[in-house]
Design a protein around this ligand. Structure first.
Ligand SMILES: *Cc1c(COP(=O)(O)O)cnc(C)c1O
Length: 397
């Protein structure tokens, strides 16, 4: 039986034992609805309040600034629509974002463009980052919202959120950040970072899937996307996912409690992996070499298809991602790698390895041993590589 080496933690993570243990009481013992007035309901309400207070404290927020959602996508949708419509009520129809946001942000913005909003997508340059000065220069009198991710899920760039938040605060523009890849992984504090709205998802830090939260600073208006009951102070209808919320609180407490040690471990593994894979000829590291998530590796290998690489890696038990999305039968390279200015043919040969503190050095050594063999095999059967080797077309990396 082949072993499993899971290095796709930017897609989702294994749950931690602490998170699972924190959820179990809420399936059969404390199964009440927090809106019920009886004891069973009120015990659930206490658990909900406790988790809210715990989570708020972990990101520097107040409990009444936390709105539980079904995850990062819902939080992104709600934050962006709420801020956009709030701006519209004041005659503001301009939004600033970046070209490499998650689709939960980009697709919401595309919809808003159809509704008459104008969106500026800031260029993320070849290194995959922006500056607060670029945000400042894009702000107009009719700017309703700046939405910029804290850290990119594909290439791992960590953006200058604190400075961007400062600019937005000065210019009185609402600032939302998709912090799904940051919270639980690198230090985040909504007050110090000048954040008005922030999206978070539990399953990216060893919590359960299907639960997350939106931080919305008190005083920043928040519209509900879902009609129904009065849950979440009338901002998000639907019976609360108590087990998921308690699992998320436990996972976040654990992730933040162990953050320094986890970051040090991941950085060491990441740097070893980058050094090992960079020895492959005609390869390149994508993303910001300096401001990078401790657990992210994203490489391109010229002359191969990322999908073939993934399948062969999977046969060796290595679970990774290419960053490309298969849309309607045609393989499109990742919008993130294209936003970095990579040519299509290079972006196609991408490999994302996203680590977690559960990975071991022995696993990294295994990856460093296997990837070059597979790349060489694929290049040997690739007509593109043959043309490159014969000098019929120029090497791009
Ligand atoms: C995973 C992810 C999301 C979506 O979160 P879900 O909880 O899966 O909906 C949004 N933004 C980023 C940056 C992500 O990595």
């Amino acid at each position: 039986m082949t072993r499993t080496v899971y290095v796709d933690n930017a897609a989702t993570t294994a749950m931690s034992d602490a998170a699972i243990a924190a959820m179990l009481p809420y399936f059969k013992e404390t199964y009440g609805n927090p809106s019920s007035l009886h004891t069973v309901g009120q015990v659930a309400k206490e658990a909900l309040d406790g988790a809210r207070a715990r989570i708020a404290a972990l990101v520097g927020a107040k409990p009444n600034e936390i709105y539980f959602t079904s995850g990062g996508s819902e939080a992104d949708n709600q934050a962006i629509r709420a801020a956009a419509y709030n701006g519209l009520a004041k005659g503001k129809k301009h939004i600033i974002s970046t070209a490499f946001e998650h689709h939960a942000v980009l697709h919401t913005l595309k919809k808003l463009e159809k509704e008459g909003f104008e969106v500026t997508y800031l260029d993320v340059h070849s290194h995959g980052n922006i500056t607060s000065e670029e945000v400042a220069a894009a702000i107009r009198p009719d700017t309703a919202l700046v939405t910029v991710m804290y850290a990119n899920n594909e290439v791992g760039s960590v953006l200058p959120i604190r400075r961007i938040g400062e600019v937005c605060r000065q210019r009185k523009v609402t600032f939302h950040t998709d912090a799904v890849q940051a919270v639980g992984h690198i230090p985040v504090n909504v007050v110090d970072d000048n954040i008005d709205m922030m999206s978070v998802s539990a399953h990216k830090f060893h919590g359960p899937k299907g639960v997350g939260f939106l931080y919305c600073r008190s005083g920043v208006p928040l519209k509900s996307l879902i009609e129904g009951g009065a849950q979440e102070r009338k901002r998000r209808a639907g019976t609360e996912n108590i087990a998921g919320i308690c699992g998320m609180a436990a996972a976040l407490a654990e992730a933040i409690g162990n953050m320094q040690a986890n970051m040090a471990k991941e950085r060491a593994l990441r740097d070893k992996l980058i050094a090992g894979l960079s020895a492959i000829p005609h390869s390149r590291l994508n993303g910001d070499g300096k401001n990078r998530l401790p657990a992210n590796v994203n490489m391109c290998f010229e002359g191969i298809e990322g999908e073939s690489l993934l399948l062969l890696l999977d046969a060796k038990g290595i679970c990774a991602s290419s960053g490309s999305a298969c849309t309607s039968g045609s393989l499109d390279p990742s919008h993130v790698l294209l936003a970095l200015g990579l040519p299509h043919e290079v972006a196609h040969g991408s490999l994302r390895l996203s680590l977690s503190e559960y990975n071991t050095e022995e696993e990294i050594d295994y990856i460093i041993a296997e990837v070059p063999k597979i790349v060489e095999y694929l290049r040997n059967i690739s007509p593109v590589w043959e043309a490159l080797e014969k000098g019929e077309r120029p090497h791009l990396i």
